[in-house]
Design a binder for this molecule. Structure first.
Ligand code: NAD
Ligand code: DAU
Length: 359
């Protein structure tokens, strides 16, 4: 039987990759994207599916209850995949208000509208509300600490992660109080095609191609657990189809890498794959800059639960995933060049030049 999905934030990085995945694997399902088209969104991310009969794009805000209610009813939605969020830690340090609004109030608005819709349909057990969250809600690990598991206590350290933690708690409460069939996934750092240039991997790829400095926060020894976005989308598919309401699943790539090592690897790959780099070898561009305030030292995900209970494991190694990503940014200059807009330049100056003086 075909299903009807509402994908919030589907014009952003992971949401768009997920829409591509779902439309390919389940072509008879209807997919409706609701996206406010903030700076991080790009309609072109959805170009591959725009013409499909079973696809619809709606520009709208998840905080707008009437828009959400109308979509749930008219499209007869039975699954929400909730990606919409303000997602960049540095922006949350500079301007936190939008994070509380979208991540907390927006999630609450969706939950209330979905609860009303589900109750009006006599609470079908097949309905799902999948909330895509982050490993950052668990805080920061010391070098010898075990990786985050689903029972690790929450300890968010940035306005971004605190707002995501708030939304996770609301999702949990709606299952426990109303038995609304919600599921939370907490995943590690994603990378791959369509990621906005502000995040580390695309920023480094693009700055190498433009011959600009490669900013490394602090000593470059912070560790992230990198997850290829295609593997993440496959995990979300498995969770929607086989995950248990009320549960949380951690999703990780099993790829812990220090930032400086990651950037050095990207420099080597670019030196090998990109013709006529403005600065060669590109590692000369590496520049240590002032640290991000409250910078979490290490994230690592223990993904045993989703592996043992649902049979999912990442399939892309970090070397394969980085190569695919470098090749994608090399082949899609027409995608990223327009994103280096006046707004982006203003953010860049504020984050890397002006704020650095205050840190
Ligand atoms: P992104 O910033 O690339 O995209 C976010 C999308 O949400 C954009 O299209 C934006 O327009 C939309 N949006 C923002 N506010 C909205 C609002 N009020 N109403 C409707 N749409 C709105 O983010 P991403 O990297 O694709 O992340 C997607 C989700 O995954 C987020 O919830 C994020 O917290 C989570 N997550 C991301 C990562 C990562 O590494 N990127 C890791 C863990 C979890
Ligand atoms: O862990 C999951 C999280 O990963 C998601 O919830 C967030 O939405 C996503 O943005 C990401 O957060 P990070 O802060 O880890 O990602 P970012 O790409 O901003 O930074 C990765 C690491 O690189 C981090 O240690 C900070 C560092 N960094 C980042 C930038 C942008 C630099 O050293 N220099 C930079 O210019």
């Amino acid at each position: 039987m075909s299903r009807r999905l509402l994908v919030t934030g589907g014009a952003g990085f992971i949401g768009a990759n997920f829409v591509h995945h779902w439309c390919q694997v389940y072509p008879s399902d209807r997919v409706v994207v609701l996206d406010a088209l903030t700076y991080a969104a790009n309609r072109r991310n959805l170009a591959l599916v725009e013409g499909r009969e079973n696809f619809r794009f709606v520009q709208g805000n998840i905080c707008d209850r009437s828009v959400v209610e109308q979509l749930l009813t008219t499209e007869n939605i039975d699954i929400i995949a909730h990606f919409a969020a303000e997602s960049h830690v540095d922006r949350s340090i500079l301007e936190p208000a939008a994070f509380v609004q979208t991540n907390v109030v927006g999630t609450f608005t969706l939950l209330e509208a979905f609860r009303q819709h589900w109750e009006a349909k006599s609470k079908p057990s097949s309905y799902r509300f999948l909330h895509i969250s982050t490993d950052e809600v668990y805080g920061s690990l010391n070098p010898d600490d075990p990786a985050f598991c689903e029972t690790t206590p929450y300890a968010p350290n940035s306005p971004y992660s605190a707002s995501k933690a708030g939304s996770d708690h609301l999702i949990r409460a709606y299952y426990h109080t109303y038995k609304l069939p919600t599921i939370v996934t907490n995943c590690s750092n994603n990378y791959g095609p369509y990621q906005f240039p502000e995040k580390l991997i695309p920023l480094i790829c693009i700055n190498i191609l433009m011959g600009k400095p490669l900013p490394i926060y602090g000593d470059g020894k912070n560790i992230r657990d990198w997850l290829y976005v295609g593997d993440h989308c496959h995990a979300l598919d498995v969770v929607i189809n086989h995950g248990k309401p009320g549960e949380t699943y951690n999703i990780g790539g099993n790829n812990e890498v220090e930032n400086l090592n990651l950037v050095q690897t990207l420099c080597q790959m670019m030196d090998e794959l990109a013709p006529d780099l403005p600065v060669f070898p590109s590692k000369q561009l590496i520049t240590f800059v002032k640290d991000r305030p409250g910078h979490d030292r290490r994230y690592a995900i223990n993904a045993n639960k989703i592996k043992n209970q649902l049979g999912w494991m990442p399939s892309v190694t970090i070397a394969e995933g980085l190569r695919l990503t470098v090749e994608w940014y090399l082949a899609h200059r027409d995608w990223w060049e327009p994103l280096l807009s006046a707004e982006y330049q203003a953010f860049y100056r504020k984050n890397y030049l002006e704020s650095a003086n205050d840190r």
